[in-house]
Write a protein that binds this ligand. Structure first.
Ligand code: WTA
Length: 637
């Protein structure tokens, strides 16, 4: 059997789960045994959540790319590793076999080495969804450089913040990226970002859109020229760097409730084992199946379930450059049809937006290859769940509603496809190795079923974050200090009469807009940068397609003469500071904000107003100035 640790039945799930709780070290050692190690570990797990200090497979030596590439060459050399579908359906697609991918990764790893990149150096990757992005990621891992991928929708300022925080020495980008009918000038954004980033010595630019770019002498290099150089050297192989199990593999920045985004750190061995285990089990991947995840590699879903999970399992992963609505709303279904996709993993926001186009774009597409469907990133509403089930899965495909986070590295609570009895809107049960616990405000465990609480995890799992880059204390206070000896997820959760988990959404000031995590404080800081803005407060509100929309209350210095123009200016400012993904959907100008006597903004009230629950504001007795609330209610958008 291809994956000896693949769960085959509900009984086996229960047995595995029990074992993973009784003997976590034995359980994970059994899984880890099926990977390629240069040297096996001495100890499976050492941990405390106080510092926190978590180490998996200490003493183990490995390289994740030997597990994703080298070890498959004998059996899967000619099997497609990556199928790439371009933005424009008329353009030729690409199929990259495991052997091709191995060669290309080695080649580009040598390019990085030629440019002075060494183990432990940080490399920032800002590219569109082309195979070279996966190649760049794997090439970094090959030589032990730490990659930090930044999503193409972030602004120059956001990139600069991330580059500075990580002190990256090299950037890999493209001239531009195609997304739908847009052409995003990536290199030009990087040029702006690098004005304040002296740590960056080199920029490697891959050609994609042929957008004119400025190439700075001594700093900027063409990907293609660098590859040619390696070819003239005779294409030497690139031995994989031997990594310690706990060496850093990558940094991925994500938003929290306060301040700037933090760099979540994942390490080599635990992340690899966990991404692979969760991929193989959740989707019940069978050799030969074509697997398509619609996420962007700029997010954790792309890291774990386009690149590392599938490739470490020798799977065929389909990578799509474009967007679901281009050239029309049937694009995803055309792709499924064209490549006979067996597993489709996407986001509720995409499903909701496609539902809006009716069944026209679905009809006449052959979706009979589909066997399993998945959802990730935000709670999936029942309507979207049923539409996905009935019209895409034709009633015969299981749906896995996978709950997890950037910090968890891989899927945590989910049905196992075809094995766990599903319930719309429920992430159902924890995977083996995951011990969820619900607590009340005071950190007291909420026991039994039919209860609500804050979702925490009480025991380490291999894929968990180890630190936040350059600021361990921030990791401790954000995740491990709210409740003693628990990892706090920031999510609220319901456990129903069957013991099934349903994630109800963030309980902190983090928004989830189209599956993208955005901190309210970040958006407020950006709005406040705008000249003339005195103060602002940002909350989420239910949005039919995005899940949550962004509602901003803004106080300006002077009376606004042309509100529409000022709103556009503010949007422009937010785009500049964070990126277009953080633009508020609604901006309401107000003369004051509801505050307590101690000066704290009462967001609860603002949230209620944004949700349209004007008659149900709850307790307003601690308000300093109730008149403000009346004014805000009158001006509600
Ligand atoms: C939310 C994405 C409900 C949740 C992998 C979490 C979900 C945040 C689900 C993490 C789901 C993710 N049901 N909510 N199936 N999956 N979330 O770090 O609030 O981008 O905390 O990771 O998304 O977002 P992140």
């Amino acid at each position: 059997m291809a994956y000896p640790y693949q769960i085959k039945s509900l009984e086996e799930y229960q047995q595995n789960y029990q074992q993973s709780v009784m003997d976590p070290e034995g359980f994970w050692a059994n899984v880890a045994d099926h990977f390629y190690w240069r040297r096996k570990w001495d100890k499976v797990l050492e941990w405390n959540f106080k510092d926190p200090d978590v180490k998996w497979f200490t003493g183990g030596k490995l390289n994740i790319t030997e597990n994703c590439l080298d070890r498959h060459l004998g059996t899967l050399g000619n099997t497609p590793a990556i199928i790439w579908e371009p933005n424009d359906p008329e353009e030729r697609h690409r199929v990259i076999t495991y052997r091709d991918l191995y060669n290309k990764v080695c080649q580009f790893a040598n390019v990085l080495k030629n440019n002075g990149v060494k183990k432990g150096d940080r490399v920032c990757i800002y590219m569109g969804m082309i195979p070279e992005l996966a190649i760049a990621v794997l090439a970094c891992a090959r030589i032990g450089a730490i990659h930090s991928v930044v999503f193409g929708g972030f602004s120059a300022q956001s990139i600069a913040d991330r580059i500075q925080d990580a002190q990256a020495s090299l950037v890999i980008t493209c001239d531009g990226a195609f997304r739908g009918n847009k052409d995003i000038p990536l290199k030009s954004v990087i040029d702006d970002a690098l004005i304040g980033c002296p740590s960056v010595k080199k920029v490697i630019v891959c050609t994609r859109t042929r957008t004119p770019v400025s190439m700075i002498k001594g700093r900027d290099l063409w990907w293609e020229d660098e590859i040619k150089q390696v070819e003239t050297m005779g294409n030497p192989p690139c031995a994989a760097e031997e990594m310690d199990a706990e060496d850093m593999l990558f940094i991925l920045y994500t938003s929290g409730s306060t301040g700037k985004p933090k760099g979540v750190v994942h390490t080599c061995a635990g992340y690899m084992v966990y991404a692979n285990y969760t991929f193989v089990n959740t989707f019940q991947y069978q050799p030969g199946e074509v697997y398509f995840c619609t996420a962007d590699v700029g997010w954790i879903t792309g890291h774990s379930y386009i690149i590392y999970g599938p490739l470490s399992a020798g799977a065929t992963t389909l990578m799509f450059e474009g967007v679901p609505t281009y050239p029309d709303a049937g694009r995803l279904w055309s792709i499924v049809d064209k490549y006979r996709v067996n597993i489709l993993y996407t986001a509720p926001t995409a499903i909701r937006s496609l539902m809006g186009y009716g069944l026209g774009p679905v009809n006449h597409k052959d979706l009979s290859s589909l066997k399993k469907l998945g959802s990730v990133g935000e709670p999936i509403n029942e309507e979207a769940w049923h539409w996905f089930k009935d019209h895409i899965g034709k009633g015969r495909c299981p749906i896995v509603d996978t709950w997890w986070q950037t910090e968890t590295g891989g899927i945590m609570i989910t049905p196992i496809a075809g094995i766990t009895k599903e319930k719309p809107g429920y992430a159902t049960l924890p995977l083996p190795g995951i011990q969820p616990i619900l607590v009340d405000e005071n950190g007291k465990e909420v026991k039994g079923n039919n209860v609500n609480g804050n979702l925490c995890i009480k025991f380490p799992w291999p894929g968990m974050l180890r630190t936040t880059y350059g600021d361990h204390e921030r990791c401790r206070t954000t995740y491990f200090a709210t409740y003693e000896n628990l990892y706090f997820t920031g999510d609220g959760c319901l456990r129903d009469e069957d013991g099934y988990y349903r994630i109800t959404g963030r309980v902190d000031d983090v928004l989830n807009v189209s599956g993208h995590r955005i901190g309210t404080a970040e958006v407020e800081n950006a709005i406040n940068m705008h000249a003339g803005v005195v103060e602002s407060a940002v909350v989420g509100y239910p949005h039919d397609i995005k899940g949550q929309g962004i509602y901003a209350y803004v106080i300006t210095e002077r009376q606004v003469h042309d509100p529409e123009l000022t709103k556009k200016d503010i949007l422009q400012t937010v785009s500049r500071i964070i990126g277009p993904i953080a633009k508020p959907d609604k901006i309401q100008f107000v003369s004051g904000l509801p505050k307590t006597r101690s000066g704290k903004i009462m967001r609860r009230i603002l949230r209620k107003i944004a949700e349209g629950e004007l008659d149900n504001l709850g307790d307003t007795s601690t308000l300093l100035d109730p008149v403000v609330v009346e004014e805000i209610k009158r001006g509600k958008l």
